[in-house]
Design a protein around this ligand. Structure first.
Ligand SMILES: NC(=O)c1ccc[n+]([C@@H]2O[C@H](COP(=O)([O-])OP(=O)(O)OC[C@H]3O[C@@H](n4cnc5c(N)ncnc54)[C@H](O)[C@@H]3O)[C@@H](O)[C@H]2O)c1
Length: 344
């Protein structure tokens, strides 16, 4: 089968990861890079592909089969619309967009053009996430009653230099919590309500430094989650999995799913059960770990995107699905600002 011709729009931190992944994936070929930042020309030279500052000029000249949109979130919409209108399929980084109306515009354009949109919730390509969904949804824990999670780390100072990273659209709720929100929806089912508080006492920027939320799920389970990008802690997905070689690995679990018969620690997949099955607090309780290879989610995501472009598969994370994840995540701000419980 012919290689899928892919262009990358936005050659920053995550764009470069896509560029490397495409270059090492047999089914894909990198055909162009778009990024107005002059340093990106070097990235294009190194990759041996044409460099553009304007997405429409690139679409006209290179006619890619697929476009990866990895610009700052607030610019996702314009590049997605241009790519879909040109007839290309799109892999857009998460969050699909900064606002719900923009997400809806992407969904509508995808339907109108008949081109697919895959959203880069890359954790969906880890076997641990699928196994956790199976454990919860097939009733291995009995009835799911409660979920708790945390995400805490301290990002380096240089991270906050660009102005866009000081804004809410780039804060830890929309940048990081959205990953956990997507996992929680995928594993437990839809979130039906959210109450939350946010704080920005450390950096005093528009973006939040911390958030705490309480949620309910469609199956009746309750959940709580705290997060901060200003804390030194070992409890964050990136540290738990070691998925990104730039960050240390602690292997500490970050989510706990608690059921009437057993509980699950995640992502290490440890099920805790009483010796006599669904016992009570008078009987011994032991861990039952399961070992699964993590693998490279970005590699699997690109391979999946190539299959989507070839028409062999439909997107694992559609624009509509990602819009629901965005809706639940934006509800954190709505709940915190209004001091009201938000029903979804
Ligand atoms: N899946 C993940 O794990 C993951 C990780 C990091 C970031 N992201 C997402 O990826 C996106 C980019 O984040 P980042 O950390 O790579 O940002 P970044 O600032 O490192 O890179 C963004 C790049 O886009 C370029 N750019 C700006 N406007 C542009 C435009 N109109 N057209 C083309 N290029 C443009 C910038 O010059 C910059 O090089 C965000 O939406 C973020 O939420 C996802």
């Amino acid at each position: 089968m012919a290689e899928v011709r892919l262009a990358v729009v936005g050659a920053g931190v995550v764009g470069k990861r896509h560029i490397e992944t495409i270059r090492s994936t047999a089914s894909a070929e990198l055909v162009a890079i778009v990024d107005p930042f002059p340093g990106a020309e070097t990235t294009a030279d190194e990759a041996g592909v044409p460099y553009y500052v304007d997405v429409r000029a690139m679409l006209r000249d290179s006619k890619p089969d697929g476009v990866i949109v990895a610009t700052p979130t607030e610019h996702h919409l314009a590049s997605c619309l241009a790519a879909l209108e040109s007839g290309a399929h799109v892999l857009v980084e998460k969050p699909i967009s900064a606002t719900l109306s923009e997400a809806e515009a992407i969904v509508a354009k995808s339907e109108q053009t008949g081109r697919h949109v895959l959203v880069g919730h890359h954790r969906r390509y880890y076997p641990q996430v699928h196994r956790a969904r199976e454990i919860v949804r097939q009733g291995h824990l009995g009835r799911l009653v409660a979920v708790s999670g945390q995400w805490g780390l301290r990002k380096h100072e240089g991270y906050y230099e660009p102005d866009w990273r000081k804004r809410r659209a780039a804060g830890p709720v929309l940048t990081n919590l959205i990953h956990d929100m997507d996992c929680l929806r995928f594993i437990c089912g839809e979130v039906t309500s959210i109450s939350a508080e946010t704080a920005n006492n450390v950096r005093s920027a528009e973006k939040e430094d911390a958030a705490a939320l309480i949620m309910s799920f469609e199956n009746g389970a309750l959940g709580s989650f705290v997060l901060s990008d200003q804390t030194c802690s070992p409890w964050a997905w990136e540290f738990a999995t070691g998925e990104n070689p730039a960050f240390p690995k602690t292997g500490r679990n970050v989510l706990r799913f608690m059921g009437t018969d057993a509980s699950l620690e995640f992502p290490n997949l440890v099920v805790w059960r009483h010796d006599d099955g669904a016992g009570d607090w008078t009987t011994d309780i032991k861990p039952h770990p399961e070992a699964l290879e993590l693998g490279d989610a970005f590699e699997r995501q690109i391979e999946h995107f190539c299959s989507v472009v070839h028409g062999e598969q439909v997107p694992q994370v559609t624009a509509l699905d990602a819009t629901r994840t965005l809706r639940a995540t934006l509800a954190v701000f709505e709940a915190a600002d209004s001091k009201q419980r938000v029903r979804l």
